[in-house]
Design a protein around this ligand. Structure first.
Ligand code: ASP
Length: 591
């Protein structure tokens, strides 16, 4: 037996026991002839001590230990002289009688402790060493716990876990596919799934009724904004359901996950907000409702007073930032520059200070009377001491900019505590999005999403205005300003699916080539069905109170989509290229 206990297990109650531990030497230090060793495994750290008067072989073995040596150590559990209340094992230490080195280690390139001195690139190269660190072990343990909660909940609800293939044909999530050349079918390619969307729908046609899978998906996108080329979804589909059934089922799943993994109770039922209200009030389809500062339209209050910037705008809106009346000239100038950055894209910023004495002071005092400015402040629900910030321009664009500004002010004011959770559903999305550039509609979710039944009349109209009015039977799960998942009730009739492809400007031939199999399946008695998928990596990160998903993935890729540990992607040899019917003469430009 290698060990009697783990390094996180022993307590004062174990005093006097003879134990054997095994693990990694995190640190070893000498103090007045004694050697103290911190021994680590994934359960914790235990202090080992070799007394000055111990057997000479033991003293020698202890002094030869380097960082990350793997050892087996036997000794007696003693009460510690100087206790460490921060460590669960901090009341005891093991007085050693034997040490056996199981394996030596070269000096690791960075410290493997709670906080490491290693830079990101170095830690990525030695990911297996970084993974020894407690924060990463906690992250993966949380991921594991959540996966178990998901499986137990969905199993309890009658869902079946069914695997779907990775080597498939293009899927409709709208990103670029990763492709895999087929050796046995010269000149042809598989695509890796962007999601199992079509397969889960086919499983419904096949009568499986309730499906789920914790599944890898692949999207060849630019990797800004904390994305990974391969990521994991909690993918689900149900038959004979309406939107209400889907929302209730997955609210239940989230409730269990919050309760069992974090001990947090989320509201029951969860709030729901239409996409239109989310855009109008928060300037975002993933509103952070942990704080107010709602966007208010003030267009009618500010037009016709001679301020041409507002007079010429389609929309003028403002937010009241609590307690920021004291903002100095310099801070306001800085904020103005901030909204003008390309990431926000506003042309300028107007402010109204609501002084504690009830008076107002603004950057547009020349054009407006104090009463007019007061009216704006009232509309924005400002209180004395608040700072009203105003932007103008095209409606949705300006709302989006105000939304970004709102989040920024929320951050600056510390209103976005990662330990506070405010989940909600966003519903009633538009079904279609018009692209001026391409002069065509795109599906806002994906082309299998059904219109709301009461909007079907517009779906079959040829007028652009009618099609723009159609709401989708779709929903997103949003937590703290992040979209964690989304889905829809699907189209289940071949004729409606064909109409959808027609609206999206996909020719009959193209639709047949890409999605003929599913249109055909719908002709064989497809049940009404719907579902959704959650981004599991992001769920884990948010539950863990972190912004980035990378810590919650054992072996992630960097911003260039590279795994620098295994050095991938990499070139393959010419013979393999030829076997795959790929030209081996092309040399990519060297970076
Ligand atoms: N397949 C969709 C996605 O990946 C989710 C869904 O509609 O179920 O976003």
């Amino acid at each position: 037996m290698y060990r009697t206990h783990t390094c996180g297990e022993l307590r004062l109650a174990d005093q006097g026991k003879t134990v054997t531990l095994a693990g990694w030497v995190q640190k070893s230090r000498k103090l007045g002839g004694m050697t103290f060793i911190d021994l680590r495994d994934r359960y914790g750290i235990t202090q080992l001590v070799v007394e000055a008067d111990a057997a000479p072989e033991l003293v020698e073995a202890a002094s030869g230990l380097g960082r990350e040596f793997v050892i087996q150590a036997t000794g007696e559990v003693l009460e510690r002289q100087s206790k460490n209340p921060k460590m669960p094992t901090g009341e005891i230490e093991i007085k050693l009688s034997a040490i056996r080195i199981l394996n030596k280690s070269v000096t690791p390139p960075f410290t493997i402790e709670e906080n490491s001195d290693g830079g990101e690139d170095l830690r990525a190269k030695y990911r297996y060493l970084d993974l020894r660190r407690p924060p990463l072990q906690r992250a993966l343990a949380l991921r594991h716990r959540l996966a178990q909660e998901i499986r137990s909940y969905l199993d309890g609800q009658g869902f079946m876990e069914i695997e779907t293939p990775y080597l498939i044909k293009s899927t409709p999530e709208g990103a670029r596919d990763f492709v895999v050349p087929s050796r046995m079918n010269p000149g042809t390619f598989y695509a890796l799934p962007q999601s199992p969307q079509t397969f889960k729908q086919l499983l419904m046609v096949a009568g499986y009724d309730r499906y789920f899978q914790i599944v890898r998906c692949f999207r060849d996108e630019d990797l800004r904004a904390d994305r990974q080329p391969e990521f994991t979804q909690i993918d689900c589909e149900m038959s004979f359901v309406e939107q209400e059934d889907v929302l209730n089922t997955f609210e239940g799943m989230m409730r269990q996950m919050f309760k069992n993994a974090l001990g947090v109770d989320i509201p029951n039922p969860l709030p729901r907000m239409s996409w239109y209200d989310a855009m109008d009030d928060y300037g975002s389809d993933k509103p952070d409702i942990r704080f107010g500062m709602k966007i208010r339209e003030i267009t009618p209050l500010v037009q016709g007073c001679g301020f041409s910037v507002f007079d010429g705008a389609q929309y003028v809106g403002g937010i009241a930032v609590p307690g920021c009346v004291e903002y100095t000239r310099k801070q306001l100038d800085e904020l103005t520059e901030w909204v003008k950055r390309p990431q926000v894209g506003a042309k300028g910023l107007v402010y109204i200070k609501c002084n504690p004495d009830g008076s107002v002071k603004s950057s547009v005092d020349k054009f407006y009377t104090p009463e007019q400015l007061q009216a704006v402040a009232v509309k924005c629900e400002a209180k004395p001491g608040d700072l009203v910030l105003v932007l103008c321009g095209p409606k949705r664009k300006t709302q989006t900019q105000l939304g970004v500004l709102r989040i920024e002010m929320g951050n600056r004011l510390g209103l976005r505590d990662p330990k506070v959770f405010a989940p909600l559903w966003i519903v009633d999305f538009p079904l279609l999005e018009w692209s001026d550039e391409d002069q065509r509609f795109y599906a806002m979710h994906h082309p299998f999403t059904a219109p709301k039944p009461e909007h079907e009349k517009w779906f079959y109209s040829d007028k652009k205005e009618d099609l723009e009015r159609v709401c989708a039977n779709a929903y997103d799960f949003v937590l703290n300003g992040t979209e964690l998942g989304g889905g829809s009730i699907r189209i289940h009739e071949a004729a409606m699916q064909e109409r959808m492809f027609e609206v999206l400007g996909i020719s009959k031939e193209d639709a047949e080539y890409k999605f003929g199999f599913i249109i055909n399946a719908f002709k064989f008695g497809a049940p009404p069905h719907g579902g959704l998928a959650f981004g599991f990596d992001r769920v884990c990160a948010l539950f863990g109170g972190q912004e980035t998903i990378r810590d919650y993935i054992a072996f992630p890729k960097n911003n260039q989509g590279r795994d620098v540990m295994i050095d991938s992607p990499s070139r393959i040899d010419d013979a393999q290229m030829e076997e795959l019917f790929l030209s081996s003469t092309y040399t990519p430009p060297q970076p």
